[in-house]
Design a protein around this ligand. Sequence first.
Ligand code: NAD
Ligand code: MG
Length: 394
Amino acid sequence: MRKRIAILGSTGSIGTTALRVIDGVNASLTEEEQFKVVALSGHSNVKLLAEQVRRYQPRYAAVSDTDYVSRFQRLVEGQNVQVLAGTEGLKKIAEVEEVDTVLAAVVGAAGLAAVLAAIRKGKRAAIANKEPLVIAGKLITSEAKKCEAQLIPVDSEHSAIFQALQSGRHNEVEKIVLTTSGGPFRGARPENIHDATVEQVLAHPVWRMGRKITVDSATMMNKALEIIEARWLFNMTPEKIEVLVHPQSIIHSLVEFVDGSVIAQMGIPDMSLPIQYALTYPVRMAGIAKKLKAEHLRTLTFEQPDFRVFPAIEMGFEVAQKGGTAAAVFNAANEAAVEQFLAGRIKFGNIVELVRHCLENCNYRDRATLEELLEADAWAKKEVMECLKNHQLR
Ligand code: NAD
Ligand code: MG
């Protein structure tokens, strides 16, 4: 089994959970059999990264925000760790020889170069960081095939689909159904959420996650990104993908096969299980995930998503269908708009409006190289700032 791990974004929500998962699995293994943390990365939270270095003794640590490198170096003085800096440093730790599994847990497009680097070295890429797949899914999946690198999903819905797909063949799949809790605004009216505060948006009813994905869960941009993520990870046309609201988040997603059999994966809503499965696959091991009990199954409800409240979902299908540079624009406009929302400069409702504006005004290309995808990403981020400057928002 592959057991030498690099965690890109080890100071975040997924990263810290992954370290707890590794501790949990290692507890029942001999020293020889244990998972080893070979490399870690953080952006600006160098205090936590330094604590992780002291505890896990990785050979490499990358600080992606170069402003924090010298502070980090002081914090790890005397430790036997090689410090790397910037996006280049992040990419380096994804490709070092000693690593066989890279857990991509950085947030946003920033993780793209490192994910590609890991794949090109034939490593297993355990992917939580969905944005690179959204932007460059075609390239990432074709490179993975070429370089015989495994792409294992960590996103809970995609982990569920990945597990359920093992019950049949690709051409036997009728459809895949991505579930969603509905986020904090399930059942709301569109006019009532336009001015929602950061605090209301960050109060997710089920999941505790980083700030960006929590905002995405409130707009349902997260589900839109996941439609595109699924399209590439499982090589499914968008017509075969559906979204179903399931507020309890016990069923993490479902696959329906042509014979009518529906295979669902269940568990309590906790990222430790999909993270662990991506690390131990194809083996299953005892770990820290809490077990599902009968009481969790007492009430499982389902409803159709309300597209008037969450236009992002329909946009997700549209963009998945369109391909080319559309998804790069879609993702980048969202990243920029979420940042502006969290900084208090735009309203909640403006996020999806800005994404729509960028999609309608971009210079769309059907086929795109990596360079063109990155150009589309940069254009959309700039366009969002232009709209703010010109006061084009409600
Ligand atoms: P987070 O904000 O908690 O952590 C992000 C990590 O990335 C941190 O370690 C941070 O230091 C690092 N980082 C931030 N900006 C960076 C940059 N510009 N360059 C390099 N590193 C940077 O986020 P999270 O909730 O852990 O989510 C990480 C990824 O996993 C996201 O793509 C998210 O969509 C996905 N995901 C998260 C969850 C979850 O439960 N948190 C579930 C499914 C998918
Ligand atoms: Mg998810």
